[in-house]
Design a protein around this ligand. Sequence first.
Ligand SMILES: *Cc1c(COP(=O)(O)O)cnc(C)c1O
Length: 394
Amino acid sequence: MPRDFHLETDLMHLGEEDCGPAVPPMHLTSTFTFDGWDDIDAAFEDRIDIPIYSRQSNPTTAIVEQKLARLAGAERATLYASGMGAIAAAILHCVNEGDHVVAVKNIYGPASNLLTGFLHQKMGLETTFVSGEDPAEFEDATRDTTRLYYLESPSSAVFSLQDIPAVTTLARSRDIRTIIDNTWATPLYQRPLEMGVDLEVHSVSKYLAGHSDLIAGLVLGSDADLRAMSPVEKELLGATVSPLTSWLLMRSLRTFTLRMQRHVESAMIVAQYLEKHPNVRRVRYPGLESHPQYDLARRQMSGFTGLMSFEVGTDSLDEVKAFVDALELFKLGVSWGGHESLVYAPAISYARELPPERFGELGISVADIRISVGLEHAEDLTNDLDRALRQLTP
Ligand SMILES: *Cc1c(COP(=O)(O)O)cnc(C)c1O
């Protein structure tokens, strides 16, 4: 078959050409057997691509990795058992004992804990955090020992952006590696590898899977980097994805572009609705002109997905609680990017440790609400928000 199809077509068929069944069978096997000594011996010659044992390679996973590389314009893709498995592998590939990292301060919490807690204790890794909004911050924070810039743009916590080409140009001039967590935008709407990023990581558990029924992670990058990682960070740390998860993901990717179009359309309707509502103080969403980095967002992204936050018009924790509990369609829970709309209030986690009057010191407001706009009809979602917002005294 010619290999110049559009993305949508490749997400259906790429890697599946030789199969008889419309849906490739799942290779739910731990190991692979060979005819003779010479055959298994030859397989070890190309242990990256020839399946010998499923922690190292699996044909079902290989089909999905081929599609994901195509989606992101990457030379190679490697699936992991979780987003954190992918992030840990990518960071460890880039750093050695005692190295220094410059990271964006509002990155995914466990990634931040990995850098400053675990890897600091285990291998003396030093991390400096910057807001990331001005590329000069990276330059100022760089030391002789800096080996890695770790980005997340937009960050899934406060939706701030980094100027990706500016940061990667600086990094390359200093021989510093770059990793970006691109989970929010997805490779459909932001192309970090084309902007000079070395490794793009994803929590596949969010939009790529899209059905809130699996946990997986992804590293995208050059053939050289991912080949080097395969026998080391992947096989030795062992956060390998299961063939069952890969097979479910293959199904998810068939509807990926369709799902994303709906998330994007509905999120804009919801964001604009919230921005106009008298009981909402402000909305944080890179797709709105009111976002402080809207121009940068337009420059380096081609679409805006469904996770956003807003501040309701009250300082009373009880009123915020009543608002959240009044939502019916938006289910209360962590995570995002699934078919179902979700709501979460950062105050729920913070209130376990701090009195509300101290939230401000951490850049968190009692009134912050985070929502993931799912695939329900947008009008049902705005109606649900409307009902709950009426609970508040304006
Ligand atoms: C959820 C998430 C992760 C972690 O992914 P898991 O699949 O839960 O391990 C990493 N980064 C971001 C931005 C996330 O939202």
